[in-house]
Design a protein around this ligand. Structure first.
Ligand SMILES: NC(=O)N[C@@H](CC(=O)O)C(=O)O
Ligand SMILES: [Zn+2]
Ligand SMILES: [Zn+2]
Length: 427
């Protein structure tokens, strides 16, 4: 028995919308029919999902997420995190290694893969650390981690402080044909700061995180990428200066790619209502000028893809307040509705552009065989109701944590059915 998804419409990157019927059997899409020109499907004996008027998209791909397992299961687990991803329409997620222990050995990679296989509902691809324990002192065994199945190396959560260490990492990654994924942050510039340098910090008399703390690493690293020839990918770009440096590096032919998070596209520091730590994340919400710059960076291709940086933390931890709470907010469940409401409904982006930056683009950048709806591809499919407006309700959050600034926001563009490897994992 298979699944027929009938009468929905698909959208191409250049926004051509086509009414199609899609047939899924096992973990593959086996047939795609044009609803206007092809014969009607014979759906007898199969599950039929009527997607009339709804978007049928490839399952979203999120190349930057924190699942917290092992070690921080009070914030999230692979079981709860992948279900949260499924609610958000994501079917492939790449998890960051800042767990406890960190993902710096083959054993921990295997632990993640086994857990994902047995307890997860969407595809989980791990990253491995650049340095042992993310301490910046000694490189991990890149070759062994590659063999074990990591998609790249990163010390996300912390920047690699030593230029020599980063250069060695890049040279080794390049020799293995693997990417380096960088959390860009110079520690000497950020100590004790919780929010960006800007209007909010000024108003509350707080020390600010300056834009240069991020951009200094971006500038250093594009030069090191040029010297080593590695594929260098910049995490959660948040500043005008970073966008400028990446744009210039790309024009120069340096192999650099980049990602941006929904919150950095829709919020600035001026939106922070008060000392509520659900508005605290790293990098912080920047100034309106930076928000404009990352939007333009995504629009002109300087920034390649959208990621959520889903970063769950418990309510207890977030209640410590702006200064003491850990950095990070949830991402999966609001990403698409948020961006659809803010950029597509308002006519700034086409639907095709948004879907492309959450599917085919990340797949292409990281060489993954997902993010398309062709016959023969993986049965990863998200059906989205673009019409119904719905409030973000805390009680409905699937993640184990609730740390999001978007509670109470009225959004449209909600995934109603998510199919991962042929299984209905959200409806
Ligand atoms: N983004 C965050 O604010 N926090 C992330 C770490 C990170 O992505 O750098 C986390 O692990 O909580
Ligand atoms: Zn980071
Ligand atoms: Zn992160």
């Amino acid at each position: 028995m298979g699944i027929w998804i009938v009468n929905g419409f698909t959208v191409s990157a250049d926004n051509v919308q086509t009414k199609q019927h899609i047939f899924v059997e096992g973990d593959k899409i086996v047939q795609v029919l044009n609803a206007e020109t092809d014969a009607q499907p014979n759906t007898e004996g199969h599950t039929v999902l009527d997607a009339s008027g709804k978007l049928v998209a490839p399952g979203f791909i999120d190349m930057h997420v924190h699942l917290r397992e092992p070690g921080f299961e009070h914030k999230e687990t692979i079981a709860t995190g992948t279900r949260s991803a499924a609610r958000g329409g994501f079917t492939t997620i790449a998890c960051m290694p800042n767990t406890r222990p960190v993902i710096d050995t083959v054993d921990t990679v295997n632990y993640i893969k086994d857990k994902a296989e047995t307890e997860g509902v969407v595809r989980v691809i791990p990253y491995g650390c650049i340095t042992k324990n993310e301490l910046g002192r000694e490189l991990t065994d890149f070759a062994a981690l590659k063999e074990a199945g990591v998609v790249g190396y990163t010390d996300d959560g912390v920047g690699v402080q030593s230029a020599q260490m980063m250069k060695d990492a890049m040279a080794l990654a390049a020799s293995l044909g693997m990417p380096i994924i960088a959390h860009c942050e110079d520690n000497t510039l950020v100590e004790g700061a919780a929010v960006t340098e800007g209007a909010f910090a000024k108003k509350h008399g707080l020390k600010g995180i300056p834009n240069e703390s991020e951009a200094i690493h971006v500038g250093r690293d594009v030069l090191l990428a040029e010297a080593t020839g590695v594929h260098y990918h910049v995490c959660h770009v948040s500043t005008e200066q970073s966008v400028r440096l990446i744009r210039h590096a790309k024009q120069f032919g340096i192999k650099v790619t980049a990602e941006v998070c929904p919150h950095h596209l829709v919020l600035s520091d001026e939106d922070i209502p008060g000392m509520d730590a659900n508005w605290k994340m790293n990098p912080p919400l920047r100034t309106p000028r930076d928000v404009q710059a990352v939007i333009e960076g995504l629009e002109d291709g300087t920034i390649d893809m959208i990621v959520t940086d889903h970063a769950p933390h418990s309510e207890e931890e977030k209640e410590k307040g702006m200064q003491l709470a850990p950095f990070g907010i949830l991402g999966f469940e609001t990403a698409f509705p948020l961006l659809y409401s803010k950029f597509v409904v308002t006519g700034k982006w086409t639907l095709g552009f948004l879907v492309d930056r959450m599917t085919a683009k990340p797949a292409d950048v990281f060489g993954l065989p997902y993010g398309t709806l062709h016959a023969g591809s993986a049965a990863d499919i998200t059906i989205v109701d673009l019409e119904t407006e719905q409030e973000v309700l805390k009680e409905e959050i699937v993640s184990k944590s609730k740390n999001t600034p978007f509670i109470g926001w009225k959004l449209q563009g909600w995934p109603v059915t998510t199919i991962a490897s042929g299984n209905i994992v959200w409806s």
